[in-house]
Write a protein that binds this ligand. Structure first.
Ligand SMILES: [Zn+2]
Length: 229
């Protein structure tokens, strides 16, 4: 279920129209080279054959990993508020993707109960989820860990300068990468003990793989924590 379509896209620089391959869905098992291109970001680049300029080409698509049992829907929204209203529509699309997949790979259908179904905003979050799930981590616990790290750093007066924190395992070792407002990157050691505590704490809650499309991100952790108090 890897689906390329060819579309004519105008170069935003020089206006040249060229045929470009767009992937509406990527299957990491059938096309591992696309998975590699996503992780090294070349998947999201398009080079104009006329002016030679390379630009980001980012569009919504479905990422599917059968071996590690997850499906991630990449969504593009102007702001995070729009994300919620997109989700109902996306859940329907997810359902129809699951049905198509069931027809194409009937043997794998029974595994769908074990699948993680996620929606993410943009490629950065997709790459993060790939690192999380390929390496056997629990994304609920990762978000809680990040949430705690934000609070810990906030006490030292530094949290305001962090725009975003992402899990990374590109070197084979888990770590958190902090994206600072000024564009700098910072690295935060992965607190395995705290992570394990969150896995135990979240237990059954995070084991709910009911096939629903879920959004497990920093906003989820914020809401989850405030729902406890
Ligand atoms: Zn051009």
């Amino acid at each position: 279920m890897t689906r390329p379509i060819s579309e004519k896209i105008n170069c935003p620089g020089c206006g040249h129209k060229q045929k470009t391959t767009i992937w509406t869905s990527v299957n990491a098992d059938l096309n591992p080279e696309l998975r590699d291109q996503i992780l090294d970001w070349s998947f999201f680049n398009s080079t104009c054959e006329k002016c030679g300029e390379t630009r980001n080409l980012i569009y919504p698509f479905l990422y599917h990993d059968m071996r590690h049992k997850f499906m991630i829907r990449v969504v593009l929204v102007e702001n995070e508020d729009e994300f919620g209203s997109e989700l109902d529509k996306l859940s329907d699309e997810q359902q129809s993707a699951v049905e198509t997949f069931s027809r194409e790979f009937p043997d794998a259908t029974r595994d769908f109960q074990k699948y993680r179904h996620r929606a993410v905003i943009g490629p950065q979050e997709l790459v993060e989820k790939i690192f999380i799930f390929e390496n056997g981590f629990n994304d609920y616990a990762i978000e809680m860990l990040k949430h705690t790290m934000f609070l810990a750093i906030g006490k030292k007066g530094g949290a305001d300068s962090i725009a975003k924190m992402l899990f990374d395992c590109s070197s084979g070792q888990p770590r958190l990468v902090a994206f600072m407002d000024d564009g700098e990157l910072g690295t935060i050691d992965f607190n395995q003990k705290l992570y394990d505590d969150f896995v135990n704490l979240l237990g059954d809650y995070s084991a709910d793989q009911s096939g629903r499309l879920q959004v497990i991100n920093q906003a989820w952790a914020d809401e989850f924590v405030s729902s406890l108090s």
